[in-house]
Design a protein around this ligand. Structure first.
Ligand code: ATR
Length: 277
């Protein structure tokens, strides 16, 4: 008997060279005995919709979408999950029965990683730094964990205010960086892109104490500037975004394949591969 051809998946982005998604999804497939092939694909900036159509014609089953196509993926989907609609972005497309389904698994990936790290979210006070796509994408899944409050603080305060209006939930309020200085939080999530350019959101060290957990959505071989700073100020716990990366992939995988892979072995493998680079 000839073996069945693997089901095809892709990650579309630009740039895409450094994407870890093929590694992660192949590791999940091995772990759960799924016959899939997952490749990264560089898409020209004006060619996203053609690329998706061509992949559907080749019987592609699903695709992850990364920068800068997440909003275009939202527009292209025939049906959207509530969390994708509120995030205003799609990172997971599923092609089924002639239709394109759009979802966003980033927020759920973050929440699962926080739970895996034993960070208690119920009744917690959360400070979310940033008001761009990354912050917007995680608000609804965070709210579903029943926090007491989420303060959205952004360098440009007006953007934080717009984001809070969009969510219209009394637990979500906007702030400037300056105004959080005299407040206490259980969890601080850095959803700014500052770490990517070696920067640090300009918040007061008074928000750091020995009970606060600090999470940076960015990850890398070295500690991010934000996590280094938080540790130096005495934060109880610091966590980088590698687990969120693997977590969002795990949620996409379970949407596509109907099985939830374990994330920890894959996080460990990825961490080890960074150290060998
Ligand atoms: P993403 O999709 O990663 O969220 P984005 O939509 O471009 O990217 O948003 C970037 C976010 O990081 C914004 O909240 C931005 O703050 P501004 O709205 O004030 O620009 C924030 N950001 C980027 N660099 C920063 C820095 N050095 N300090 C503080 N915030 C920064």
């Amino acid at each position: 008997m000839t073996p069945k051809n693997p089901d095809q998946y892709r990650v579309f982005g630009n740039p895409i060279e450094h994407s870890r998604s093929p590694f992660i999804h192949h590791a999940f497939a091995k772990q759960t005995n799924q016959n899939i092939d997952y490749q990264k694909k560089l898409i020209a900036l004006d060619d996203f919709s053609n690329a998706v159509t061509a992949f559907i014609k080749q019987e592609g089953r699903g695709a992850n979408i990364t920068v800068p196509f997440k909003e275009q993926a939202l527009a292209l989907a025939d049906e959207l999950s509530e969390r994708a609609r509120l995030a205003g972005a799609v990172n997971t497309l599923t092609f089924k029965n002639g239709k394109v389904f759009g979802d966003n698994t980033d927020g759920e990936g973050l929440v699962q990683d926080l739970i895996r790290n034993k960070v208690s979210l119920n009744k917690s006070k959360i400070l979310l730094l940033g008001a761009g796509g990354a912050a917007k994408g995680v608000l609804l899944p965070l709210l579903a964990q029943n926090p007491d409050s989420i303060t959205v603080a952004n360098r440009t305060q007006s953007k934080a205010e717009l984001l809070c209006q969009h969510f219209a939930d009394s637990r979500v309020t906007a702030s400037s960086f300056l105004d959080v200085a005299d407040k206490q939080f259980d969890l601080i999530i850095n959803a700014t892109s500052a770490s990517l350019s070696g920067g640090l959101p300009a918040i007061s060290e008074t928000v750091i104490n020995n009970t606060v957990t600090c999470y940076d959505m960015v990850y890398g071989n070295d500690e991010t500037p934000f996590l280094k700073w938080a540790k130096n100020q005495g934060a109880a716990k610091i966590i980088d975004g590698l687990g969120m990366l693997v977590g969002q992939a795990a949620v996409s995988f379970s949407i596509w394949r109907g099985v939830s892979p374990e994330t920890l072995p894959v996080i460990d493998e990825l961490r080890a591969s960074f150290e060998n680079e």
